[in-house]
Structures are given as C-alpha cells and as structure tokens.
Design a binder for this molecule. Sequence first.
Ligand SMILES: Cc1cc2nc3c(=O)[nH]c(=O)nc-3n(C[C@H](O)[C@H](O)[C@H](O)COP(=O)(O)OP(=O)(O)OC[C@H]3O[C@@H](n4cnc5c(N)ncnc54)[C@H](O)[C@@H]3O)c2cc1C
Length: 427
Amino acid sequence: MNLEVPLVVIGGRGPHGLAWHLLMRDRGLEGSYALVDHAKEWLPSYGSRGPMQHTEFLRSPHEFDFALGAPSRSMHQWRDGQGQAPLANVYTLAQAEDAAFNEHDSSDVNRAPRKAFHAYAQDVAFKTQAHQHVIHGRVTCAEPKPDGWMIQLDGGRQIHARVILLATGIAPHRYVPERWRTWWRHLPDELKRHSFDGPPARSVAGRRVAILGSSNSSSWETALSYASLGAKVTLLSRHPNPVERQFPFPVWWVDPTEISAFAARPSVERLRILTKTHIPRSAVPGTHRRARSAGIRIVHHARVRHVSEVWSSAQVVYDVSAKPRSVERFDLIVAATGASPRIRDVPFLRAAAQTCRAPVHTSGPARNTPILDHDGRWKNLPPIYPLGAFMFGRVGYAALTLASATRVLPLMVDPILHDAGIKATRS
Ligand SMILES: Cc1cc2nc3c(=O)[nH]c(=O)nc-3n(C[C@H](O)[C@H](O)[C@H](O)COP(=O)(O)OP(=O)(O)OC[C@H]3O[C@@H](n4cnc5c(N)ncnc54)[C@H](O)[C@@H]3O)c2cc1C
C-alpha cells in the first residue's frame, strides 16, 4: 500500500485521533486525514488492558467529553445498550471549583466510570463512522521529506503526508526509578508487574501483593484494583495520604482562553510559571475510606531500597522514616510508578530528530519533551504537532488530561489545516 493523504494522526484511535475526526467531520473535511493505530478498539488506554485499567472513575468533568460543539454527542446525553445513562450526572468544571462539592457533596454518581466512558467513546466513534479513516498498523519510521513526511508502517506499507499529529500517548514511556533498575531487571517476571501492564496472568486471590508507589492517585487505584481481585494488598507509599479532590488541577488550567493566553507567553515565562506551580497529589474523594474498607494495609513514608527473589517470593527491603529497616516477602510486587514521556524514546522519530537537530527540553518541568514553536510544531522538522504530555511546556496541565484532546486540540486547528493545505468548507 502506498497512500497519499494531507494529514496523519499517529495514535489515531486515542482521544486526540477521535477528537480530530469529529472536528474534521463537522467541517466537512472527511477524506483529508488518516488515523493510524495498531489498536483494535477506540481509546485502548481506557480499556481493560490499558494503563488506566485500575482507574474506576475518571477525573474529568463532563466538558472534556466528545461533544465538541454537538450537544447530541455529549456524555450527559449518552445512553448505553440497556438504555441507562451512566454519564448523565458527571460533574462540571464549575462544580470542580467548588470546595463544598469537592469535600462533601460529590459522590460516585457525579463521576464518569472508566468502563462507561470507554463504551461512550466506542459509540461516538461508531455513530460518526470514524473507522472509515483508520489505517490499522504500527508506525515504524517517519522520514522527513521536502514536502512533509514518508510514514512507514509494519508490513512494508507507506503513507505520504504533509502533516503529522503525534498522539501516541504515555503508555510506551512507562517509568521505573533509576535506582531500582538493577534489581528490577534481575527480578523474575512472575514476581513483578508495572501498573500499566495488562491484568495478571495468574489469579492473585489470597496472594500477598505489594504496590510500590507514591501518594498519586494511580498507586491507590492499583491497590484497590488488586484488593478487588482478592489479593492481600500492602501499599508501600513514599508519601502521606493524598488530598481528596474530584479534579486534580485548578480549573483555569483547562479554560480555553487561559490555555491560549498561556501558550502565547514566551517559553521562558511558561517554564518559570510551571516550575513555581505546586499541584498537590490528589485522589478522588472517598479513596482512603475505600482503601480502609477493602482491608488494604498502608505503609506511609516507605522508601523501597531493594527487591530480590527469595524462595520464589519477592523479598522487599524498605525504610520507613527513623524506624529500623523492614524486610518482608510478597508473592508479587507492582510498581505504580507511572510514566516519564521522553520524545527521544519515540522509536520511529529518533532518526528524523537526530538528522534535523530537532530541539528537546533538557531540564526543567518540561524536560525530555520537544521544543515547540508558537503554534505547537516541533521545531526544525516538517510539520509535526506532538500532542498530550509532549505539549506540557506549551499548555501546562491541560496536556495531562482528556482536555488535551477536547480543549487544546480544537484551538490548534487553523495552523494545522494551513500546513496540510486543507481548506475548510464550513467552520
Ligand atoms: C493511570 C492513568 C489515569 C489517568 N486518569 C485520567 C483521568 O481520570 N482523566 C483524564 O482526563 N485523563 C487521565 N489520564 C490521562 C489520559 O489517559 C490521557 O490524557 C489521554 O489518554 C491522552 O491521550 P493520548 O491521545 O495522548 O494517548 P492515549 O490515550 O494513550 O492513546 C495513544 C494511542 O496511540 C497508539 N499508538 C501508540 N504507539 C503507536 C505507534 N507506534 N503506531 C500507531 N499507534 C500507536 C495507541 O494504540 C493508542 O491508541 C490518566 C492516565 C493514566 C496513565
């Protein structure tokens, strides 16, 4: 296959790809883009094998849905196969800002269950025939050309495009702390998992499982998820309990006017603001209570020093504040250590970035992400717009949530269409 298309979304079945499809369809621009992805479903990160598999409820207000200007696509309107409306009461940004709502008035009915949201996304994609734009495959190389890009897919297929939207997400960038790497490498696979790995192959019911993490929401969610499978869970957390809030960030970070104003500031100013901004670690209200009632043992301020195999179990050596060193055995350890997105680790772009000397932030809050121009293009390359966490230095905290796809991407449409040579027929 040798295809020519103005624009390719790499990672096109994720939220950015779906949002781009909806934005283009509403403008009558179907046919101008391809959504390239090896996934067989929409939003695989939100599915039962993706990095969010342990997340029971999303931390996203309803404004982050796929309505994108069409109320009939809103999550509030959506009905599932049984005619139920599990997303009808999802909280709004205004509620997220309200301290009383956060602390007392909110409950599970105000949240988006991950599974329901995943089903909603499949439905929006189905009803808008998004599959017609999907090219199933894994990108193996993106080569700069004078008029854009030559994109190689597995199986020897090629696509020529003027513009790339890079939306491969954080799943390929899972993180294990540097000081753990030696023992992590030597520990047998059957004794260790990362929280982004798919569900455990063997039953964990009745088994001793240690979740190694911090006080981020993901550690608690992973602990709760293993407890729900019947495991005897110990959470070894580096920090005290997280604060409990529906939405993790001050809401102005996801306001389109504020996002545009922030992106328009000089880069040094943006990075200074991000360096000075402290966002406390937080989890959804009720997390501690749930963990307690699930019987999870929580050890705060635990510093894991070493893990080794002893008699087919994982022996964990850790320190807790001034107490004597602890040594305990578990049947499985799970690193809930998240991701560290590094643009240089995107394998299909490595050669292009080197040849064209595409710049990367080497320090500061946006380190390892590409240096972008004022419209969001990665400098020195043919037009490529890195999205999601790779935009952190440009748009701040909106880059880390669904807002990246549904609130930031819509602001970028005009320069992207211009680069791709696509003329809007309706706005
Ligand atoms: C544990 C966890 C919990 C989270 N909770 C929330 C939350 O509650 N609320 C919220 O708003 N956000 C949450 N997020 C963040 C949210 O997942 C992301 O903001 C969002 O999914 C970003 O979408 P994305 O398009 O960047 O990546 P993804 O959703 O990961 O999509 C990436 C796509 O790229 C594809 N892909 C990867 N490599 C290739 C390749 N080489 N070729 C072709 N295709 C490829 C994948 O198959 C996938 O379809 C959470 C993230 C994690 C990890």
